[in-house]
Design a protein around this ligand. Structure first.
Ligand SMILES: [Zn+2]
Ligand SMILES: [Zn+2]
Length: 325
């Protein structure tokens, strides 16, 4: 199953001409999961390679304006497009109150909306995996999210099975599912002899706005990708702590300790350039990238390589998708 992360908005609270405020889309097989939905997220989607794809699930990290103001407009657009498929929206406590306010703006929606107020430690089921909410530290109810795929069965060694005399067909399936089989001649072939050890699923972690915190380190342990905010540089560390944010160096130290494969820094302040943020990050943890809007990080299965940043030049050059009315 393909898995990638499309960065729709990489700015902090104040957008710039090049960077929109917070929104990130996870595409996993046919699943579309939007993390935060700042003002302008619909247009960012339309301008991206994704288009205004029907989102299945929206995960809100917290309810600051720069993370939620795009939601009413997007909900309304789905209504105007005659959406019928249900939409799940999850967020920290206070979600029902927020959606009551938005409800007055958007009116009745023709599709079912399921609201899930989550506590740290709670999980949402997704296909072959789950999304765990963890506590972050941002001076109001806030959550980070870890998308964790189920452990996959080990690789089935077809040749070894054939050499052991197993005929192609249902017996192959039984061996793959962990069952030992008895052949026509009476001999037994053990599943463990032809199936490798179980392989971990992928793990991708999103912090939202937060100070560096232990819960993030725990959630991000050995993750393929950690998307961590970096609103400040180390020279403004005091300000970062006071406002519930992190510096690039702090995020990088956390990524190094958690031994993540790739760290992506986002939620950039207008105070600094992307290059400054990247330089501070890579000085601590080499595998740090600072995506721009519309950049994509592909996260292949571990045996197919490491996650990699794909710059957006091509994506942006494409004609913006024009869809629906
Ligand atoms: Zn923010
Ligand atoms: Zn915030």
């Amino acid at each position: 199953m393909d898995l990638d992360v499309l960065f729709l908005g990489t700015a902090g609270a104040v957008p710039t001409a090049r960077r929109a405020p917070a929104a990130t889309l996870v595409r996993r097989g046919g699943e579309r999961i939007l993390i935060d939905c700042a003002e302008g997220t619909q247009r960012q989607l339309l301008r991206s390679t994704a288009g205004l794809a029907d989102i299945d699930l929206v995960l809100l990290t917290h309810f600051h304006a720069d993370h939620v103001l795009g939601l009413p407009g997007m909900l309304k657009t789905f209504a105007l497009r005659d959406r019928e498929t249900p939409l799940r929206i999850a967020g920290p406590s206070g979600l029902h109150g927020l959606m009551a306010v938005f409800g007055r703006i958007v009116g009745r929606l023709p599709y079912p909306v399921e609201l899930v107020e989550m506590e740290p430690g709670q999980a949402l089921q997704i296909e072959d995996g789950r999304i765990d909410a963890f506590a972050t530290s941002h001076d109001l109810a806030s959550l980070g999210y870890a998308l964790a795929e189920n452990i996959r069965p080990g690789r089935f060694d077809v040749e070894a099975a054939r050499r052991a005399g197993v005929p192609d067909g249902p017996l192959f399936g039984m061996l793959q599912h962990g069952q030992d089989v008895t052949l026509a001649g009476g001999s037994t072939v053990r599943s463990a002899d032809v199936v490798g050890s179980p392989r971990p699923g992928r793990r991708v972690v999103f912090t939202g706005d937060t100070r560096p915190c232990a819960a993030t380190g725990e959630a991000a342990a050995a993750a393929d990708l950690l998307v961590h905010e970096a609103t400040f540089l180390e020279e403004d560390a005091e300000r970062a702590a006071a406002t519930g944010h992190s510096t690039a160096a702090q995020a990088a130290r956390l990524a190094a300790e958690a031994q993540v494969t790739l760290l992506a820094l986002t939620h950039l302040s207008t105070r600094y350039t992307g290059r400054q943020v990247r330089d501070e990050g890579t000085a601590v943890f080499e595998r740090t990238v600072v995506p721009r809007d519309f950049d994509i990080i592909e996260v292949p299965l571990a045996e197919r390589g490491a996650p990699r940043l794909v710059r957006s030049d091509r994506a942006v050059a494409q004609t913006p998708a024009v869809e629906g009315a």
